[in-house]
Ligand binder design. Structure first.
Ligand SMILES: Cc1cc2nc3c(=O)[nH]c(=O)nc-3n(C[C@H](O)[C@H](O)[C@H](O)COP(=O)(O)O)c2cc1C
Length: 209
């Protein structure tokens, strides 16, 4: 199957070729795959920064364990989750749903109350964790679509969110950098590309019940 071939082709790229840039058309496809990601209740409580600016990336590099991908990749993608889940977030979603599916907003009131009620039972920390988890689903789609397009990517948690939040002004907008990815094209010198994939055998990973 072609998808499995693509997943075998991809690897977490350690060294990008800084001279190679992603075509705008491909970037739009990657963004669309991220936009179409599933999320709990469909709320999509995150923003995705697509950073090309070299000065900003230079500033972020020391806050990313000095990893070269930050400055050498074609783009740096920062997934930012909303740290709080407010009634306004839920109302905005219901408004969008009503408009998109041609529904009466009034008819979605109970659904809204149910979501608001379930959020009321979450602590601040739980809300932050819950929205951050959603960004990993979008990250998964980004990795998958990049592999299909034969665009290299590296998912990354090796960064300091506090510093990212400060440098990118995220906190004042209710956001937090949860996970990042770099996308572009591998350097011929990246030896990691020649390593065999390390994965548990299916028997160890799956259990039929
Ligand atoms: C959430 C997450 C965070 C990661 N953080 C980093 C990172 O900061 N730097 C890095 O070089 N690789 C990072 N990786 C890459 C993993 O080490 C890599 O995906 C794993 O070893 C499997 O190898 P493969 O992706 O090449 O098949 C991360 C992967 C994931 C999924």
């Amino acid at each position: 199957m072609e998808f499995i071939e693509s997943l075998n082709w991809r690897y977490a790229t350690k060294k990008f070729d800084p001279s190679k840039k992603i075509k705008q058309e491909d970037l739009e496809t990657i963004k669309e795959a991220v936009r179409l990601s599933a999320s709990s209740y469909g709320l999509q409580l995150y923003k995705v920064l697509v950073i090309e600016n070299p000065e900003i990336r230079e500033k972020l590099k020391p806050a990313s364990w000095g990893q070269s991908q930050i400055t050498d990749a074609s783009q740096l993608i920062v997934f930012c989750n909303y740290t709080d889940v407010t009634d306004e977030h839920i109302d905005d979603y219901l408004q969008l749903k009503a408009e998109t599916q041609d529904l009466e907003l009034e008819g979605l009131k109970d659904y809204g109350s149910m979501m608001k009620g379930s959020m009321a039972g979450y602590t601040d920390s739980q809300k932050n964790q819950w929205t951050a988890k959603q960004t990993y689903i979008a990250l998964g789609n980004l990795l998958a679509v990049c592999s299909i397009l034969r665009i290299d990517a590296c998912p990354m948690e090796g960064f300091d969110p506090v510093k990212y939040n400060e440098i990118l002004g995220l906190t004042e907008n209710g956001l937090n950098a949860s996970v990042i990815a770099t996308i572009g094209y591998r350097s011929e010198e990246d030896k990691t590309q020649f390593l065999k994939k390390v994965r548990k055998p299916a028997e160890a990973l799956f259990e039929a019940i």
